[in-house]
Design a protein around this ligand. Structure first.
Ligand SMILES: [Zn+2]
Length: 295
């Protein structure tokens, strides 16, 4: 099989004492984008969020999943992107506005941005709420690192032409084990990265992006990983959702044909439960007193 085009690269700028992650998405992003007929501005934000989520997963030792979650009471009611430790990506957005040039997150009504890490081995969940003080996602995630990790960072996000990409730079902690740290290295790396155009970030092969920017910084690739679209929904998980909804709500969802249909919004897979299936799903739940006599 061909190497997938969708990849995450970790790298080190040895001279500057800076580490980085570069993510470029093509097929994985197109799989996410085609699930719904997104407004271009919504698609652009979703693509940036998907690339950012994948890149964030490369800044930590991830065991489980990392997700980025935006909610608001304005036109963008939900945007959710997720990356698993095996490189699996999925995401969706719900937009109730009309055509928009661009989405300024700070102008949404009561916007909420959260970054969540679910550790699969310990079952622990770590969630950081990011105050939405600026309109641009990249700057908001920079603020998240500043607050939660006391770590400066530079983040570039782009989406267009069927691709999405993210570049994250962070200075290595003092004594990072790579010899003398250049005191001006972080500034230099930031300024070099700022010369990259969105077009280059999206379209140039990863190695060329890094060489174009950092050829004098002794850039070294320290790891890479394939990324791909994939959904973890299953009939069991949907059944668990129905159980959580409870008997009344699940039964209310029965259609005239006697089935409940649940469509996964991430992958458009449809799950059907007829009355017998539903009764099995709800079997252990106590019937709500009095609720069975009103039909
Ligand atoms: Zn699914």
């Amino acid at each position: 099989m061909d190497k997938p085009k969708d990849r995450l690269h970790r790298f080190l700028l040895e001279r500057a004492g800076v580490s980085g992650v570069l993510v470029q998405l093509e097929e994985a992003w197109q799989e996410v984008a085609k699930r719904s007929d997104y407004e271009p501005a919504v698609a652009s934000l979703l693509g940036q969020a998907l690339a950012a989520t994948a890149a964030l997963s490369g800044t930590i030792r991830l065991s489980g999943s990392l997700s980025l979650h935006i909610r608001s009471k304005g036109d963008l009611s939900l945007l959710y992107t997720e990356c698993n430790d095996d490189g699996r990506l999925r995401g969706l957005a719900r937009w109730r506005g009309g055509a928009a040039e661009a989405i300024d997150l700070a102008e949404l009504a009561e916007p909420l941005l959260a970054i969540t890490i679910d550790n699969a081995s310990t079952g622990q969940r770590q969630q950081g709420l990011v105050p939405v003080e600026h309109g641009a996602l990249a700057q908001l995630i920079e603020g998240y690192f500043e607050r939660s990790e006391q770590l400066p960072s530079r983040i570039y996000l782009a989406c267009g032409g069927g691709r999405a990409a993210a570049l994250i730079l962070q200075p290595l902690a003092q004594g990072g084990g790579i010899g003398e740290t250049d005191p001006d290295g972080w500034n230099r790396a930031r300024h070099l990265a700022a010369t990259l155009s969105e077009e280059e970030l999206l379209q140039l092969p990863a190695e060329q992006v890094l060489l174009r920017l950092f050829h004098e910084e002794n850039v070294q690739l320290t790891g890479e990983r394939g990324l791909f679209f994939g959904c973890q929904c299953s009939r069991d998980r949907v059944a668990a959702v129905l159980r959580n909804l409870g008997r009344d709500e699940s039964e209310a969802a029965l259609q005239p044909d006697g089935r409940v249909e649940v469509t996964c919004e991430f992958c458009n897979t449809r799950y059907h439960f007829d009355r017998v299936d539903l009764e099995q799903v709800l079997r252990d739940l106590p019937g709500t007193p009095g609720s069975d006599s009103t039909h």
